[in-house]
Design a protein around this ligand. Structure first.
Ligand code: GLV
Length: 317
């Protein structure tokens, strides 16, 4: 059990279930006292910094001395949706090369599985059947659109280009990523969508992007396009996605995030023949990097140095 010692800042960690492995790397730093919510005894009035991902709504306002919030996830929607979120505090988000690369790996892997028809070969093996099949079209003719060209989108684009896919990106403001055609703002969304054979949602979840994957947007994709959502479940209008799959407007969907997580056992996505479901694992927080992030954040806060990757609360990312 950690004890509060004077002279060092007190850092409270509230880790989501399943993130226990992280706590080992995150703890035991000399520069601060660490408290794990649910395990250690601590006085809420003595907590200086909070580290977590999706704390329960209303939780942060119970920490009156809090000076800053450090998010272990790239997305901070889980914090900002708290109606009682202390908006006067700085929020720093985890921007990490390993996370960017792993997200890029997930996206590339799933696009390659579809593009190369791997599911069909898996089925062939189950039947001991030698069923050769050529690519339905050359890779260089396949267009992948990234909806949300932030730091993760840029690394993903780079990886896809290495495999010869065409890559286009849409974001709020124009982005200059080598080899990627940039579309920006609501007025260019339609032109972007019309060219996506695969459309990958990597947006932050904000009031502007909530429910963006709806019937109207999906109808602007070429018929038979594939949807991948590695952003947030809140981006998806799930009944609209199911309807687009069933009508053939979508050729298939790769979904890592859902409105309700864990995805309820009776969700039609689990058994839908055109859907691949994964349990919000596209980007995994690396324990060592997360630990270095927390140390850096606390050190900066204590020395008065500016934070890196401070969230713009008005913008939501
Ligand atoms: C995970 O979903 C993250 O925001 O990093």
């Amino acid at each position: 059990m950690a004890e509060s010692r004077s002279g060092k800042p007190n850092v409270l960690f509230l880790l989501p279930p399943g993130w226990d492995a992280l706590s080992k790397a995150l703890f035991g730093h000399d520069a601060f006292n660490s408290f794990l919510h649910g395990k250690d005894h601590y006085a809420p009035a003595q907590i200086d910094y909070f580290v977590g991902f999706r704390p329960p709504h209303g939780f942060l306002k119970t920490l009156p001395r809090l000076k800053a919030i450090f998010s272990l996830g790239a997305g901070v929607d889980g914090f900002l949706r708290d109606p009682e979120f202390p908006r006067h505090l700085p929020v720093v988000r985890f921007v990490d090369e390993t996370l960017q690369r792993e997200m890029a790996q997930y996206v590339t892997m799933h696009i390659l599985i579809v593009h190369r028809g791997q599911r069909g070969f898996d089925a062939g093996q189950r039947d001991s059947a030698w069923r050769q099949k050529m690519l339905s079209r050359p890779t260089r003719d396949v267009r992948v659109g990234i909806l949300g060209m932030g730091d993760i989108g840029a690394v993903t684009a780079e990886r896809l280009l290495m495999f010869d896919f065409q890559v286009l990106g849409w974001s709020r403001s124009r982005k200059d990523v080598p080899g990627v055609k940039s579309y920006a703002g609501p007025q260019e969304l339609g032109a972007f969508l019309g060219q996506c054979d695969f459309m990958v949602c990597m947006l932050p979840l904000t009031p502007e992007t909530e429910g963006i994957l709806n019937a109207k947007l999906l109808s602007q994709l070429p018929q038979g396009a594939w949807l991948m959502n590695v952003g947030r479940g809140g981006h998806g209008n799930e009944p609209d996605i199911l309807a687009a799959l069933d009508s053939g407007q979508l050729g298939g969907a790769i979904l890592d995030v859902f409105q309700t997580e864990p995805l309820p056992p009776d969700s039609p996505f689990w058994t839908h023949p055109k859907v691949t479901v994964t349990p919000h694992i596209a980007g995994i927080t690396d324990p060592r990097n997360a630990s270095a992030f927390v140390v850096d954040c606390v050190t900066r806060a204590e020395s008065g140095a500016p934070f890196k990757n401070l969230v713009d609360l008005g913008r939501g990312y």
